[in-house]
Design a protein. Structure first.
Length: 319
């Protein structure tokens, strides 16, 4: 059976007009187009496009002869799966917190299964390794990122609903079922596979895919923020060899945006309203994002220095 599969892949490779890397970029374009349809045309039509993409993509994965390209193509099925789960399940009948949690659970299972198939151990997923102090520093930067994002994105979706929820439950859901699952899939699994298959363009590809998945918010600012954070978090995860810090930063940023800042805005309306830039003023709105990028780069530098002093490095440099 293995010989038949190898023969089929070899024959398919002779006539395919587009190589695996080109198909991956085409996959990104179709995902972005499907997300646009979901946001501005009809969610059911967009859902159908994601389903068709998934069904058409699986045979290409099976027939791809190159192992690294095949692994990446397999991992990419998580992108349409995210939208299929979020739109196909009757989540509108549940509270926002329950919807977030129930969406994440099947994605955790899918990510685990894909990682097993492609042979990525926990360390390659970024679940082990890295300097603990450095990861805490990276994680705490999420508070600053959250404040910046709250200003840059004005009033994010679900802010009022989540702010009215039980704070501890909402914080737990935002960290475990929103922040961590995103980082596990995009910075842990997909970035590792993309870097192995594409080389240096891999992290950029994953950041663009992550940004494309935010098109449903119908906000250019949201997509740009996702792209910027995707690049920054991807760089940090790659250099620190761990997603724990960026997962904590993502979770804390969610808490600040959806829970902390709305409460502060209610108690100190003049202070928070003065901090927020006008939505129509793009040059002014971009300033917090630039400042956040500079802060994130400083965090990358600190994390890199702390990582170089990790026990593994110390053992290698020891006598």
């Amino acid at each position: 059976m293995k010989a038949i599969g190898d023969l089929g892949r070899a024959r398919l490779a002779r006539w395919r007009p587009v190589n695996a890397r080109g198909r991956s970029w085409a996959f990104l374009a179709v995902v972005a187009a499907a997300e646009m349809v979901v946001a501005w045309v009809n969610p059911l039509v967009g859902l159908s496009l994601h389903a068709l993409l998934l069904l058409g993509w699986i045979p290409l994965v099976v027939m791809e002869p190159n192992r690294r390209e095949r692994d990446l193509m397999l991992g990419l099925i998580l992108a349409p799966l995210i939208r299929l789960v979020s739109l196909a399940l009757p989540l509108h009948l549940l509270s926002p917190l329950a919807s977030i949690a129930l969406t994440a659970i099947p994605l955790y299972v899918a990510a685990w299964k894909v990682s097993r198939i492609v042979g990525l151990p926990a360390k390659r997923l970024g679940l082990e390794g890295g300097n603990r102090t450095g990861q805490y520093v990276i994680g705490l930067a999420g508070i600053v990122i959250g404040v910046i994002l709250f200003q840059f994105l004005a009033q994010p979706p679900l802010t009022d609903t989540l702010a009215a929820s039980d704070p501890m439950t909402a914080a737990l859901v935002l960290v475990v079922f929103a922040g961590f699952i995103d980082e596990l899939i995009f910075r842990g699994l997909l970035q590792s596979l993309a870097y192995r298959a594409m080389g240096s363009p891999g992290p950029l590809y994953v950041a663009l895919l992550y940004a494309a998945m935010q098109i449903g918010y119908r906000s250019a600012a949201h997509v740009l923020a996702a792209l910027g954070l995707g690049l920054v978090f991807g760089t940090i995860a790659h250099r620190s060899r761990s997603i724990m810090g960026v997962s904590l930063a993502h979770g804390l940023a969610n808490i600040v945006v959806y829970l902390l800042m709305p409460v502060m805005q209610a108690r100190f309306p003049l202070l928070i309203s003065d901090m927020a830039p006008a939505a129509a003023s793009w040059p002014v709105a971009a300033l917090p994002l630039v400042a956040g990028a500079i802060i994130a780069m400083v965090v990358v530098f600190i994390a890199g220095r702390l990582t170089s002093m990790a026990p593994d490095a110390a053992r290698k440099s020891g006598p």
